[in-house]
Ligand binder design. Structure first.
Ligand SMILES: Cc1cc2nc3c(=O)[nH]c(=O)nc-3n(C[C@H](O)[C@H](O)[C@H](O)COP(=O)(O)OP(=O)(O)OC[C@H]3O[C@@H](n4cnc5c(N)ncnc54)[C@H](O)[C@@H]3O)c2cc1C
Length: 443
């Protein structure tokens, strides 16, 4: 019987290895650490958390809580281990990072998974299934190979702007118009008067930024200037840059605003908006504080914060099918952050999905999508479909409200999602022991 090869034993690779090995599939992990380290990992453990030790909220009204519950229904070993190695942190799930990763390493080892402790530099031209799960810090040699093979399907970004949920915008204090084209409706303009602009500007230049490490210093300013850096060049700079009001008329005052923050739909459904030209490396708390000084964004809920770090991901919308397989070569799957999902749990969740479909393919069954009303299903659809350039995405309730307005309460959305995933898992015979029943009952 052939083996399934997993390149990278991070959050995604570890979840896949566990799911396959516990179902009797022969698995070989190719993990280069600790022999070759990445700039962000510090140990040789699998599923190392490179930054925060928090896996975010456990509450169902938070998308991260729902994601955990969905993963639990599908039998995630990452969630199980996180709960076993939990440290006190209120309603969040934070872990003892060493215990978390060393436990997972032991679990995988105890399953008899074979491990090649080498850096993979290319995918051999064999007939076996390979999963590329090398994450945001894919080794330079392998990145170079991937970029060469897949031409410009892979790309880097160095700074991104925050994305906010439509439901949290006060549309009564904003107006749709394109510059010099009041009939155009592509941009949602959030106006500020002079005093509001001054307050915003002062808050911006005083806000704290995330310290730069060697890891990302090389990429700074290469492509897009963070908004706080533009602001530092002078009070007027933003008024001639991303906040310029020219060509716009506020229908409420029938005058040109002093300044605007422009938003653009992030997805075709209009449930998410990104801030045009607001790429930033401000600390997350500062981003929230700053945005809330804009009247239309007083209650803004940021579903993806602006970040600045080197990040490698594949243009999944063009390169992968909806099951995360390479369109051109169906034996190669991608999983984890390299697919355009962002975050520890999102990466592990994509591993669950990939493992499920590898199992089906090995049994001669067709791969399958997750139900529509589930958060995991919505996230994976987001990264593999759509015409716009893919930007990495966290789990968010915005992905589940097709009209951008939450007509259904989050608790109802969560309930439906849990029910539908539990049924689905049962129907396809994805057996995970007692957790399905337990999980739905606990809701
Ligand atoms: C600086 C930084 C900070 C972050 N902070 C957070 C945070 O606080 N919270 C959060 O939710 N997310 C955070 N993320 C995102 C998070 O790291 C990823 O979402 C998550 O770890 C990705 O999981 P993964 O399995 O895709 O990749 P990883 O967990 O990175 O695993 C990839 C594995 O592949 C291995 N590998 C790479 N190249 C090769 C090769 N050629 N051959 C063999 N093995 C290889 C690596 O050693 C690694 O073990 C951060 C990312 C970065 C870069």
């Amino acid at each position: 019987m052939s083996e399934v090869h997993i390149v990278g034993a991070g959050l995604a690779g570890t979840e896949i290895a566990y799911q396959l090995a516990t179902r009797g599939v022969r698995v070989r992990i190719h993990e280069m650490r600790p022999k070759v380290m990445t700039p962000v990992h510090k140990t040789g453990y699998y599923a190392e958390l490179v930054c925060s030790n928090s896996l975010k909220s456990l509450e169902l009204r938070n998308a991260s809580g729902l994601l955990k519950r969905e993963m639990e229904i599908l039998g995630s070993v990452i969630i199980k281990t996180a709960k076993e190695t939990r440290v006190p942190s209120g309603k969040a799930l934070a872990v003892d990072r060493d215990r978390f990763s060393s436990t997972l390493t032991d679990v995988i080892t105890s399953l008899g998974v074979k491990v090649d402790n080498e850096e993979v530099e290319k995918i051999p031209d064999d007939s076996e299934i390979w999963v590329i799960a090398t994450g945001p810090a894919t080794s330079p040699k392998f990145s170079a190979y991937l970029e060469k093979i897949f031409s410009n399907w892979l790309y880097f970004f160095d700074a991104v702007a925050p994305i906010i949920s439509a439901e949290s915008i006060d549309f009564s204090k904003a107006f749709f118009a394109n510059r010099y084209d009041p009939q155009g409706k592509d941009y949602l303009n959030c106006p500020l008067n002079e005093k509001e602009y001054d307050d915003f500007y002062t808050a911006l230049i005083q806000a704290e930024t995330v310290p730069l490490e060697d890891f990302d210093r090389g990429l700074l300013f290469e492509r897009c200037m963070p908004v706080e850096e533009i602001a530092r060049t002078g009070r007027m700079s933003l008024l001639y840059g991303p906040m310029k009001p020219v060509g716009l008329n506020d229908p409420q005052t029938n005058r040109r605003p002093y300044a605007v923050v422009q938003l653009r739909k992030e997805d075709e459904m209009g449930s998410l908006y990104n801030l045009v030209g607001f790429q930033t490396r401000l600390k997350w708390s500062e981003q929230k504080r700053l945005l809330r000084t804009v009247p239309a964004l007083k209650n803004a809920e940021i579903v993806r914060y602006g970040v600045m770090h080197r990040n490698l991901y594949v243009d999944s919308r063009n390169v992968l099918d909806k099951y995360f397989r390479l369109k051109e070569d169906k034996r190669i799957f991608f999983a984890g952050q390299i697919t355009g999902v962002e975050g520890y749990l999102e990466s592990a969740a994509s591993g669950l999905y990939v493992a499920m479909n590898i199992c089906r393919v090995l049994k001669g069954l067709s791969p399958i999508e997750l139900p529509r009303g589930t958060l995991m299903g919505a996230l994976f659809r987001y990264v593999t479909s759509g015409r716009r350039k893919l930007r990495p995405m966290y789990a968010s309730y915005g992905l589940l409200s097709p009209d951008g307005k939450s007509s259904l309460k989050r608790s109802n959305i969560a309930k439906e999602s849990i029910k539908s995933l539990a049924n689905f898992s049962e129907q396809i015979g994805w057996k995970v022991g007692g957790t399905v029943e337990d999980t739905t009952q606990r809701f």
